[in-house]
Write a protein that binds this ligand. Structure first.
Ligand SMILES: [Mg+2]
Length: 235
């Protein structure tokens, strides 16, 4: 297999271990607050996964939430506590604060991800980073993990003003990288944003199945390729 002219990457759950590191930190929050309050650690931990899934699965909540992560976190905690019949505004705020203080330092790139990006750059593949979310938060991660020098084009939703799956984001990346859609890949974990949307423009969609669970049974989206890690892109 040869490389295309350009590869566009998603950031969270593609380069960075975002969801699993959040899972680990929410579990620690559950244990911490169980020790100091009457919270049932196991029940809260299980319910937080369900509440987060509920929160982020709705496109409207997702858009508002990624622009105000603290509010989103507090909303998920409130939802979880309410579901457990343990509503407590003060506790909800304390848990959201505790999590927020630790969130960025808990996050890490996936094993081999940064090395893979270096290899692709050395092979003269033009690299683009397209990430949805608040500009400040996403830019912090880009700097923290040394990603800026690796990418020829970085489009962050909060800075650019438009996010995936809007085609203008992909059009802008192609123009910045001087690449044709047919000679470009988009790599990411979100089937709508990083497979269906770019495929509609003629870009190849490579799905990053970081969970290793395969495609959801009810999807009608067919990625051009499925990988478990971006290290698999290096030939
Ligand atoms: Mg992602």
């Amino acid at each position: 297999m040869t490389y295309p002219t350009a590869i566009l990457f998603d950031l969270d759950d593609t380069i960075l271990d975002t969801t699993l590191s959040a899972d680990r930190l929410w579990s620690r929050a559950a244990e911490h607050f169980a020790k100091h309050t009457g919270l049932d650690a196991t029940a809260f931990d299980v319910q937080m996964k369900i509440s987060r899934e509920w929160f982020w699965s709705d496109p409207q909540r997702n858009l508002a939430g990624r622009m105000d992560l603290y509010k989103a976190r507090a909303g998920c905690v409130e939802h979880a506590l309410k579901t457990l019949d343990a509503s407590n505004n003060q506790l909800a705020t304390s848990i959201a604060d505790w999590f927020t203080e630790r969130r960025i330092t808990e996050m890490k790139p996936f094993d081999g991800a940064i090395d893979a990006l270096h290899s692709l750059k050395q092979a003269n593949v033009r690299l683009g980073l397209i990430s949805n979310g608040k500009g400040e938060t996403q830019r912090d991660k880009v700097i923290r993990f040394g990603l800026e020098p690796l990418f020829d084009c970085i489009i962050l939703e909060g800075e650019f003003g438009i996010g995936k799956p809007d085609r203008r984001v992909f059009d802008h990346a192609l123009s910045e990288l001087n690449a044709k859609p047919a000679d470009t890949w988009m790599v990411g974990d979100n089937l709508q944003w990083e497979i269906a949307a770019p495929q509609a423009l003629g870009i190849k969609g490579i799905w990053l199945d970081w969970r290793g669970t395969g495609l959801p049974p009810n999807t009608n989206i067919t990625p051009d390729r499925i990988i478990r890690s971006i290290a698999e892109l290096v030939v």
